[in-house]
Design a protein around this ligand. Structure first.
Ligand code: AMP
Length: 209
């Protein structure tokens, strides 16, 4: 099953994608995670994109498309994948459909106020990338990741200035993809406001219908 998860930052795509990926035994491919991995490794790509991620702007299409192409040729993606955070522009979407087919695009719908509330309270583990939320998913011990006991930090792009920029970037560059995929009859809308377990069940229902 080849899936795309579309929606603004903070819509819960990553959390649900990981669970769906485990359920169907397909990889969860998050371009944001791949870029953060490159930055952590201080690779040449990582050095190029570090300031872009901090600001909440998009990495140029050619770099992003290369990253995805290199990921999709790996063995584990042969039976399907979930793309989380890609495509984010029409050029990326054109390219994706050129290199592979897509079964469904799950469109996570959530109002701006909820995005702001979710992102500003989000704390990410410095070690393993696991996410908590100070209000909705607090760690057992303040500032410490439940999974690996690593330190929980606020991502640079979860700071208020970057959040509003990311929302704007989403509206200008990514939201037009809803109509793009609607035209191709691939969109399935999901209300992303409820708790992640509820959203997960709804996504499963759509995929199993
Ligand atoms: P995310 O974790 O999906 O919110 O992505 C974090 C950041 O990585 C974004 O704000 C962009 O700077 C960059 N990024 C991730 N995916 C893409 C993409 N498909 N195109 C361009 N930039 C991306």
């Amino acid at each position: 099953m080849n899936l795309v998860f579309l929606g603004p930052p903070g819509a819960g795509k990553g959390t649900v994608a990981q669970k769906i990926a485990d359920h169907y035994d397909i990889p969860h491919i998050s371009t944001g995670d791949l870029f953060r991995g490159e930055i952590k490794a201080q690779s040449s790509l990582g050095k190029k994109v570090e300031s872009i991620l901090k600001s909440g702007e998009l990495v140029p299409d050619d770099l992003t498309i290369d990253l995805v192409k290199n990921r999709l040729v790996k063995d584990d993606a042969r039976n399907g994948f979930i793309m989380d955070g890609f495509p984010r522009t029409t050029a990326q979407a054109d390219k994706l459909l050129e290199i592979t087919s897509i079964d469904y695009v799950i469109n996570f719908i959530i109002p701006d106020e909820s995005v702001i509330e979710r992102l500003s309270g989000r704390r990410t583990c410095k070690n393993c990338g696991n996410m908590h939320h100070i209000q909705f998913m607090p760690p057992l011990k303040e500032g410490i990741c439940d999974v690996c006991k690593g330190e929980l930090l606020t991502r640079d792009d979860d700071r208020p200035e970057a959040i509003s920029n990311r929302l704007q970037v989403y509206k200008n560059q990514t939201q037009p993809l809803i109509a793009y995929f609607q035209d191709k009859n691939l969109i399935k809308d999901i209300d992303a406001e409820p708790a992640p377990e509820t959203v997960l069940e709804r996504v499963k229902q759509v995929l199993e219908a």
